[in-house]
Ligand binder design. Structure first.
Ligand code: GDP
Ligand code: MG
Length: 370
């Protein structure tokens, strides 16, 4: 699996290269602003990221911590449930719902699970046919009805059938658009209610499918779905075909929801668990020089600090440098993310990737927890 996310970032990396053609050891805030915007990180989030950076020379480690912090909500915890595990797949037309259902079904089948599909997008005849084709291809049973029929009845029947046959998973497709937004909201709410009637706690996971090529413009749409019925996780499709990979940061940050998978192609196997470390690494590799050189640089900085210690010419600057590099080391060693500079010697920090904030202070030449 390793490498799929990096590979699917090709187009985003190409876009980044148009504003940062040469890899470097560090970037200024202005340069990073341009780079992040080019990758389609939303403007508001770019400002938040940059405002919280205290250092002038932004190294790979500093940026890595900041980017990872924006993905703090991306881990998903499965709820307690009795089989079958029922998933409701929602999202606008063309986002990739039906294709992603095939991918999930394929994945579960590979894991040895028994999967049932529900063709809940009864608004379009083509949607029923498309899911039926996938079901046949993957040799997975499907419950469907005619176009225009009640989609919640399809959901009920699919769950009921899966229960009576001891299936492990049920995946239900839904319409992406009805005559009006209110109709869609009402239909999704009804499916939700009926799922719960068919099986306790169902749907156990409501997954929103977002078309990755839409970038940030998908945020308001995603918020609308979240308000309609509540979303448990997101799958971002077509990462392979978009230069807007940076929008994943803004989507995750704005919605505070986990990114479960990303779609990296049109085939059933092109579904990859979202690994935030690989994702961030993939972007940083396009910007920063190789790791060895980075380590070399680390040595240089230490030597420089030592040299500065005997240099009596500019004591103020020397202390500032020492404080900065001590801060960098402390943040790195303690796996902290710098949130805000509260005063010259007091910083608000956060344990990487958790919602826990704390303060650190600079005293007697060292950074410590307050
Ligand atoms: N390249 C690429 N295409 C995708 C991906 N996911 C879906 N698609 C394509 O997007 C189009 C719309 O997908 P579909 O599943 O019908 O969307 P739905 O209307 O939400 O059900 C189809 O042509 C899919 O093959 C992906 O991860 N990568
Ligand atoms: Mg569909």
């Amino acid at each position: 699996m390793f490498g799929f996310i990096k590979k699917s970032l090709n187009k985003t990396v190409e876009a980044i290269k148009t504003v940062a053609p040469k890899k470097k050891k560090y970037f200024t805030k202005d340069e990073l602003e341009e780079i992040l915007l080019e990758a389609d990180v939303e403007y508001g989030l770019v400002e938040i990221i940059l405002n919280e950076i205290y250092q002038e020379k932004i190294t790979r480690d500093i940026l890595e911590q900041k980017l990872l912090a924006t993905l703090a909500y991306t881990s998903y915890k499965e709820p307690e449930y009795t089989a079958p595990f029922v998933e409701l797949i929602i999202g606008v037309n063309g986002a990739g719902k039906t294709t992603t259902i095939a991918k999930l079904a394929y994945k579960y089948k590979q894991e040895g699970k028994k999967v049932m599909l529900g063709a809940g997008d009864t608004f379009r005849a083509a949607a029923i046919e498309q899911l039926t084709l996938w079901a046949n291809k993957l040799e997975i049973p499907i419950v469907s009805s005619k176009q225009g029929h009640d989609s919640s009845a399809v959901a009920y029947d699919a769950i009921d059938s899966a229960k009576s046959k001891n299936y492990d998973n049920v995946i239900i497709d839904t319409a992406g658009r009805l005559h009006t937004q209110t109709n869609l909201a009402n239909e999704l709410k009804k499916i939700n209610r009926i799922c719960a009637k068919a099986h306790e706690g169902a749907p156990h996971r409501t997954v929103l499918i977002i078309d990755g090529t839409q970038g940030n413009s998908a945020i308001s749409q995603a918020k609308a779905f979240n308000e309609m019925i509540g979303v448990d996780g997101i799958i971002i499709t077509k990462l392979d075909g978009t230069a807007k990979g940076g929008s994943i940061f803004s989507i995750a940050y704005a919605l505070e929801l986990p990114i479960l998978y990303v779609g990296t192609g049109e085939q059933p196997e092109n579904l990859t668990p979202f690994d935030k470390y690989e994702f961030v690494d993939g972007l940083l590799d396009a910007l920063f020089e190789e790791k060895e050189e980075k380590e070399e640089k680390g040595k240089e900085t230490t030597q420089q600090t030592e040299l500065n210690a005997v240099d009596e010419e500019k004591p103020e600057e020397r202390n500032k440098d020492k404080k900065e590099s001590a801060l960098e080391t402390f943040l790195k060693d303690e796996k902290l993310v710098l949130l805000k500079s509260l005063s010259e010697n007091l910083m608000l920090v956060n344990y990487a990737n958790t919602p826990v904030d704390t303060k650190i202070e600079y005293k007697n030449g060292k950074w410590k927890y307050c």
